[in-house]
Design a protein around this ligand. Structure first.
Ligand code: PLP
Length: 550
């Protein structure tokens, strides 16, 4: 008989493991030990290689191929974290992690996750746990104020916010709402009222609906269109325009689609694209949008939305009067553990019209009264986690001032990095002006032409970095190919060191290296070190005789 055997709950109880997996005292000991290990882990991060050194399938070799027959003591389970899991971890919280965008973690965020786990419930209706729904509404209203979003996104009006698992989930959710709104309006205008006819014509129309966005929009827009069963078209954008989508391009695409008998129903605009943090031209798009009120506009601000805590970026928040929905991920740059993707809609009715189905077992007096929010109707799944707790803990720990300083810290680190890159303009080129702490650079081949930035327009109220536009040096194909090969080689060599983790990307045919150091532990010394390493590797690569000249 196992040492866990439960002898106190009566003869019926033959469970060999205590109901909660361990006794209260054992939990206190285990949790204390885990919290200690987590703190030690965070302290040790700078000295750990940021990337793992294992091969695919490594874990299968360390773990048994069959599950345990009998329960194991916690001490054995705990020790396997360091032995088996750590070797396969990419340390996203390391100050040397400068890849993709960050996935923030903080101690208040972790504590929020602990309480959320402790209070586990499915939370689909208000009555499932009123505090879960009400706290979510409150913290999302707070966040909307912090980001200076237009009042129309606050819950006191017709709009409101909801926490989703990811920006991709937010996109597909609003795309379904957009699709249903478009179809409903279209059929109403045609005067279709018979329910079978509505269903038949809806299905027919669905295949001709088109979601569209800039070619630099995140792939989640295309994926959302696939899931929503509609078409997707992208619009090419160019370096000479900072990779921003313009109203003129939007109008041309709508006219082209309509001329082919298709129905554009969803436009994705981006505040901070993944490759270069480009910001679409919301003002000119807003002008065009006035002529097409049936097209749903969603703003994807997954990463860059966090920068709206700063007053100097809030001119962008004001421009969000353009959109039907807006989304940003607190779990990227705003100190909250994954997952905390905050979606705002201008009219919550459009979500609930598309997603509300109430079988008898979900009916209750509170829902029927219409006085409460049932977030199940604002999302795809039924059940949902208590995610607002960690947001609440984070907002209270930092306060608005603390959040501003947090974002400014990273912007300053990025400014430093850019200055360092510019100091070696003999070997590096900036592909775009640095934006929102993201720097995108390429290696300049020997005798290559520099990439210049256009002059700042005097009196422009926008932050300095937003005013500059890169001037294309008319690189010929041969030079571009050479630059791409060298940049790729430098990136690969840097990656092999495993000291830093950066991402490479291809933007408009140009192979680039992205550097974005925005996790909470980012520090100046690591910025200086990654620059030093880039210089060392680049000089080594450039010193090699040029084989194409032999
Ligand atoms: N949108 C943008 C601009 C992104 O950069 C990303 C991911 O980095 C996403 C959407 C997708 O985010 P998620 O993983 O939350 O779906």
């Amino acid at each position: 008989m196992s040492s866990h055997t439960n002898q106190t709950n009566g003869a019926l109880d033959e469970r060999s493991v205590p109901p909660m997996g361990m006794t209260g005292q054992a939990f206190l000991d285990a949790a204390g030990s885990v919290v200690n290990d987590i703190e030690r882990y965070y302290t040790s991060l700078p000295s750990r290689p940021v990337l793992p050194s294992i091969l695919p399938g490594y874990l299968q070799k360390l773990l048994p191929s069959a599950p345990p027959t009998h329960g194991e003591p916690w001490a054995d389970i705990e020790s396997d974290i360091e032995r088996t899991i750590m070797p396969g971890i990419t340390h996203w919280q390391s100050p040397k992690y400068m890849a993709f965008f960050a996935a923030s973690s903080t101690y208040p965020g972790i504590l929020g996750e602990m309480w959320s786990a402790a209070l586990t419930s499915a939370n689909f209706n208000w009555i499932c746990s009123p505090a879960v729904t009400e706290l979510e509404t409150i913290v999302l209203d707070w966040l909307a104020q912090i980001l200076a979003l237009p009042d129309l996104f606050l819950s006191k009006g017709e709009g409101g916010g909801v926490i989703q698992g990811s920006a991709s989930e937010a996109v597909v959710t609003v795309m379904v709402a957009a699709r249903e709104r478009y179809i409903r309006r279209h059929l109403e205008r045609k005067g279709v009222t018979d329910s079978d006819e509505i269903e038949d014509q809806s299905c027919e129309l669905r295949g001709n609906l088109v979601a569209f966005a800039s070619a630099e929009a995140h792939s989640s827009t295309k994926k959302g269109a696939i899931i929503a069963g509609t078409r997707f078209r992208s619009i090419p954008v160019h370096r000479s325009n900072g990779y921003a989508l313009t109203g003129k391009q939007v109008r041309a695409k709508i006219e082209e689609l309509q001329a082919r008998g298709l129905h554009p129903y969803y436009l994705g605009v981006t505040l901070g694209t993944t490759n270069t943090c480009a910001v679409d031209d919301f003002e000119s798009i807003a002008e065009v949008a006035k002529d097409y009120p049936d097209i749903w506009i969603h703003c994807d601000a997954a990463y860059t939305g966090s920068a709206l805590v700063l007053p100097e970026y809030q001119y962008l928040s004001k421009q969000m009067t353009l959109v039907d929905s807006f989304n940003m991920n607190m779990h990227k740059w705003l100190l909250t553990n994954f997952d905390a993707s905050c979606l705002y809609v201008r009219k919550r009715k459009h979500l609930t019209d598309a997603l509300s189905i109430t079988p008898t077992y979900l009916k209750n007096q509170f829902t029927d009264s219409g006085l409460v929010t049932d977030y199940r109707d604002w999302q795809i799944p039924l059940g949902r986690r208590f995610r607002s707790l960690k947001i609440w803990f984070v907002l209270r720990t930092w306060g608005v001032e603390g959040l501003k300083r947090h974002i400014r810290h990273h912007l300053k680190l990025a400014d430093l990095f850019v200055e360092l890159v510019k100091s070696r303009s003999d070997i590096f080129r900036l592909l775009t002006p640095p934006k929102f702490a993201l720097t995108v650079l390429t290696i300049k081949p020997r005798d290559g032409k520099p990439l210049e930035l256009a002059e700042v327009i005097k009196g422009d109220p926008r932050p300095f970095q937003d005013q500059q536009i890169p001037i294309d040096p008319e690189t010929d194909d041969q030079e571009l190919q050479k630059a791409n090969d060298i940049t790729k080689e430098v990136y690969t060599k840097l990656d092999e060191t495993k000291e830093f983790f950066l991402t490479a990307s291809v933007v408009g045919g140009v192979y680039t290296i992205r550097v974005v150091a925005v996790n909470p532990l980012a520090e100046e010394k690591y910025i200086r070190r990654v620059f030093e390493l880039l210089v060392e590797i680049t000089e080594r690569v450039l010193e090699r005789p040029d084989e194409t000249q032999v």
